[in-house]
Design a protein around this ligand. Structure first.
Ligand code: G4P
Length: 279
């Protein structure tokens, strides 16, 4: 399978990010907890150097908790502050402010020594498409009002959301582009639905998913679809079509329907908490 990311989008997104990042103290980077490596672009490390860094392992409600724990340690060992999150859940936002204060304590201390009081930490949210940036901003900002920043050091036209007396958030997130070092990255992003299904071969994708589940999570397919995991991947898909009555108008088995059903159920977490990448 071939995955494409258009260089024009990439250059524009990068240029915008370079501009925005000058205005902030803290980069809040969202990754998908099911595939923390493939859903981030390490270029952000260069773009965000000298900034405080927070990684949010989002969609952790869908990820394998053991893997998420290993990834949390992995990122913490590299010096990032890390929080695991379901961005849709507003109640999980309460500790993020605390983590931000902790992550930026050097700056707060520096300001204090220089006699600067009440200068809020400025943050921006970044991440690849579909990782949950808008959902997070909505949940985190809650009822906070957006305020235009027309003061020194704040570019005209940028909207800042004042979250509380300590933190201001740039209201538009920075879009990172996935880094397609190899086809595995594209495949994993496609499996979680981060690449538009219209450009993908759904049958092929579902066969890849079957292969992965058989190896990494044996028993899951058997339990959900009553299939024999010793059979070939295409026979398993056929069995899913049979057992779930995925039929065309003439009564013939509909593989495409079975493939879409399998992918939908995987993406919705119906097959359980499943991760695609090991730390
Ligand atoms: P983006 O700005 O980074 O592009 O992502 P966005 O917030 O639009 O989120 C993309 C999809 O991911 C949305 O679903 C959103 O509800 C879902 N999502 C975001 N965070 C989480 C999370 O922590 N857990 C889970 N399970 N889902 C999350 P959608 O299907 O596009 O829309 P809808 O189903 O919410 O209508």
């Amino acid at each position: 399978m071939n995955f494409q990311w258009y260089p024009g989008h990439m250059t524009k997104a990068k240029r915008q990010m370079q501009e925005d990042i000058k205005l902030i103290d803290l980069v809040i980077e969202l990754v998908d907890a099911r595939l923390p490596q493939s859903s981030r672009n390490p270029d952000i490390d260069e773009l965000g150097k000298n900034k405080f860094r927070l990684i949010l392992m989002n969609k952790s409600d869908l990820a394998d908790p053991k893997m998420t724990e290993a990834w949390t340690k992995f990122f913490e060992n590299k010096g990032y502050a890390v929080v695991c999150l379901d961005a849709r859940n507003k109640s999980s936002m309460s500790n993020i402010n605390r983590v931000i204060m902790e992550a930026c304590k050097e700056k707060i201390e520096r300001d204090r020594k220089r006699g600067i009081k009440n200068r809020p930490i400025r943050a921006m949210v970044v991440g690849i498409p579909n990782v949950g940036k808008s959902t997070f901003i909505n949940s985190f900002a809650g009822k906070a009002v957006a305020k235009t920043g027309n003061k020194p050091g704040v570019t005209k036209g940028k909207q800042w959301i004042r979250l509380n007396k300590n933190v201001e958030l740039l209201d538009t997130p920075g879009i990172l582009w996935p880094k397609f070092e190899d086809q595995t990255v594209g495949l994993r992003l496609a499996l979680v639905g981060s690449i538009n299904d219209q450009i993908l071969n759904i049958d092929e994708l579902s066969i890849e998913l079957i292969q992965y589940l058989k190896t990494a999570y044996p028993g899951v397919l058997k339990e959900r679809y009553e299939v024999d995991e010793a059979e070939s991947n295409s026979d398993i898909l056929l069995k899913i079509a049979e057992n779930r009555k995925c039929l065309k108008n003439g009564g013939e088995l509909d593989y495409a329907k079975a493939a879409a059903l399998l992918l939908d159920e995987f993406r919705a977490g119906t097959l359980g908490k499943i991760s695609l990448e090991q730390a």
